[in-house]
Ligand binder design. Sequence first.
Ligand SMILES: [Zn+2]
Length: 64
Amino acid sequence: MNCNHDESPVDPVAQEDACPNCGERESDELVWLDDERVECQRCRTVYRPGAPAPDGGPTDSSSV
Ligand SMILES: [Zn+2]
């Protein structure tokens, strides 16, 4: 069997809750600051999990 490296999350959060900056998904590295903000302990990015991307998305079709 392979050795279990630390690079794989032990308890990953949902894909949409992952850090938008570095992609961290390990729940131990993602600390809730309040009800809607999370701070990534790896890159110190503060973000709102599950929030839609602020800049353009697949639903941006009304501006054309
Ligand atoms: Zn991060």
